[in-house]
Design a protein. Structure first.
Length: 147
């Protein structure tokens, strides 16, 4: 019998679920409504539970569904703001390229002394937008190939 494993790294934790975890997640996922599942947390003090906010319940639902499908779940935390080096690494571009984007106003940033800082949410949005542009370009190339 395998056991689920929590692998910790410096910036994230990865849960490697075993077959038992997957089966339990499938059973739970089958009981959950399609939308709006609400969870409660057991405080460990007898019958006392506290409601989990809707937003956190949505995250828990996503984790349950991923485990039910046998996927690996990665949990990481990120600061509210990133350095240009960290943002460039996250976007998969060079720091000079990122600075050109910042200077052109393509991605918002602010100065903290002599340092440039970017909001993590802005960097993640740019990452999503870049991915969408890549997919669109690939689809266009594929369509040209089919002609």
């Amino acid at each position: 019998m395998t056991v689920s494993t929590l692998v910790g790294t410096t910036d994230r934790d990865v849960v490697l679920a075993d077959k038992r975890d997957q089966r339990q997640a499938q059973e739970l996922a089958n009981l959950l409504p399609r939308r709006g599942a609400r969870f409660t947390a057991d405080t460990g003090g007898g019958d006392e539970t506290i409601p989990v906010p809707v937003e956190l319940s949505q995250i828990i639902t996503q984790v349950v569904q991923a485990v039910a499908l046998g996927q690996t779940v990665t949990v990481s935390s990120m600061p509210e703001e990133l350095s240009t080096t960290a943002a460039a690494k996250l976007l998969g571009i060079s720091r000079p390229t990122l600075m050109r984007m910042v200077n052109a106003g393509d991605i918002p940033a602010r100065k903290v002394g002599s340092h440039t800082r970017l909001r993590t949410v802005d960097v993640l949005e740019e990452q999503r937008a870049r991915r969408q542009r890549q997919i669109a370009a690939f689809d266009e190339l594929r369509a040209l190939e089919d002609d």
